[in-house]
Structures are given as structure tokens and as C-alpha cells.
Design a protein around this ligand. Structure first.
Ligand code: SAM
Length: 238
């Protein structure tokens, strides 16, 4: 791992990282390499790009003050742990739940958590099913989600997890404007209200135009949502 690039990038974003955090990032990269050598876990990226695309990009909500200390957070569709693992490494006091529909990815997260000596909850389930479980429905302060679905689908996959007053943070690109009208309508039906789109630049990558779509949970999600597994993707609400 290019430690200097990560340290400089975090500093430019105004995010503090102590020695333990840097050691954990290094160890996490090594575990990713180990798994990627024997299974198709995540795209294999060149070292610098991995720091930028995975670690720095994942840290964006911390630069915006979107996750309070001790917040209960669910990473919906975490894959190989993004954005949840960098967020937890940087703020180990977050009460993080890693959710993914694929068992092999959850198995990887469990192994990584144990080797990094971090504690978190892991959940092998579809978001549509998990959000109907009493222990997960409307229990979270924040839901984070990157590269999982279009914004209207994502509203249905994340807002049911949030308590009223919670916030959904979705990583998006320059095409977000086209998704906004649908996202606003879907969020309204689910008890949410789109707060806005925040620029989330990755240092040194001015061409990426990454943004965070931030939605507040303003009222309870009606019992009808989320609809059965698969429908939010096939027939987005708006
Ligand atoms: N968030 C990671 C990232 O940015 O690298 C992974 C992105 S990957 C393209 C999408 C992940 O979302 C996959 O691991 C997939 O299994 C998961 N996923 C998609 N739909 C889901 C659902 N309805 N419930 C749970 N996981 C889902």
C-alpha cells in the first residue's frame, strides 16, 4: 500500500488518521490481495488507484461531518467492505453493520474484522429482507451505500433501516442530476426527504466528479416498504 498517498489524501480531506488506522489500512489491503488471489472478490486495482478509489473515496462522509461519533451505521451492499471498512478503520467507535446478499463477501468481511481486531455486525441478507427484521428496521442513525443501485432503488433499500432523524448517504457520480427527480419522489414515499448533493472530491482526482446524495429520514417508512426482494431494482418506486 502507498502509505504516503493515503496519509496525504486524508490530510487534504481534513480527516485524522492515527498510526493504528494506517496499520489497519495496510493489513486490510494485504487481506484483500490474499482473497483476490483465490476468488473474484473485487476489481483488482493498481496500488495508487486502490488508495484513491477505495480508501479515500469511502472516507468522504467524514470530511463532510455526516457521521457522528458512536453512530449506528449500516453499509448496504458492502461488497468487499466499501465504504464501511475504511469508515470503521478511521472511526472505530462507529457501530457498523456490514450487509451483503453474497455470503462469500460477508465471509471475507468477518475474517478481515477479526484479523484487524475491529468489532462490527455482519449480515448475509438482501436489504429488502433485512429491513423487515425488527432488530434492523428503523434502528440506524445512518445508511451508507456505494455502487449498489440507482438512486430511487437505493432509497427503498436504505431508508427503511433509518430511525426518524437518521441520514442516508449514497455515493454517486456526475449523472446524479438525472436520478434526482425519481430519488425525491421515491424518498417521499419512504419517509425521506432529499437534503442535497454534496461534492466529494478525491484529492488529485479532479476528473472524477464524485458526489454524495444525502437524504434525511423525516417520517416513518410505511409498512408496505421495502417491497419483496428484487422489486425495488426491477420497478423503482418513481
Ligand atoms: N459497495 C461496494 C463497493 O463500492 O465496492 C460493492 C459494490 S458491488 C458493485 C454491489 C454489491 O451490492 C454486491 O456485493 C451485491 O451483492 C450487493 N447488493 C446488491 N443488491 C443488494 C441487495 N438488494 N441486498 C444486499 N446486497 C445487495
Amino acid at each position: 500500500m502507498n502509505r504516503e498517498r493515503l496519509a496525504n489524501g486524508l490530510e487534504a480531506m481534513g480527516i485524522a488518521a492515527d498510526r493504528r488506522a494506517m496499520e489497519r489500512f495496510e493489513a486490510f489491503h494485504a487481506i484483500l490481495d490474499e482473497y483476490n488471489a483465490r476468488m473474484d472478490l473485487t476489481a483488482v486495482l493498481e496500488e495508487d488507484e486502490r488508495v484513491d478509489r477505495h480508501d479515500l473515496d469511502s472516507a468522504a462522509p467524514l470530511a463532510k461531518g455526516l457521521l457522528a461519533g458512536g453512530a449506528k451505521v449500516i453499509d448496504v451492499g458492502t461488497g468487499a467492505g466499501f465504504p464501511g471498512m475504511p469508515l470503521l478503520i478511521l472511526k472505530p467507535d462507529l457501530r457498523m453493520t456490514f450487509l451483503d446478499a453474497q455470503q462469500k463477501r460477508i465471509g471475507f468481511i468477518e475474517d478481515a474484522l477479526s484479523r484487524l481486531e475491529l468489532s462490527a455486525v455482519t449480515l448475509h441478507a438482501r436489504a429488502e429482507d433485512a429491513a423487515r427484521m425488527a432488530e434492523h428496521r428503523e434502528q440506524y442513525d445512518a445508511a451508507v451505500s456505494r455502487a449498489v443501485a440507482g438512486a430511487a432503488t437505493l432509497a427503498e433499500l436504505t431508508l427503511p433501516f433509518l430511525r426518524v432523524g437518521g441520514v442516508s448517504v449514497a455515493w454517486k457520480g456526475p449523472g446524479v442530476a438525472e436520478e434526482l427527480t425519481h430519488a425525491k419522489r421515491a424518498s417521499f414515499l419512504l419517509g425521506g426527504c432529499v437534503r442535497g448533493v454534496l461534492p466529494a472530491p478525491v484529492p488529485g482526482r479532479d476528473d472524477w466528479q464524485h458526489v454524495l446524495l444525502v437524504t434525511d429520514k423525516t417520517g416513518k417508512t410505511p409498512k408496505a416498504y421495502p417491497r419483496r426482494a428484487g422489486l425495488p431494482g426491477k420497478k423503482p418506486l418513481a
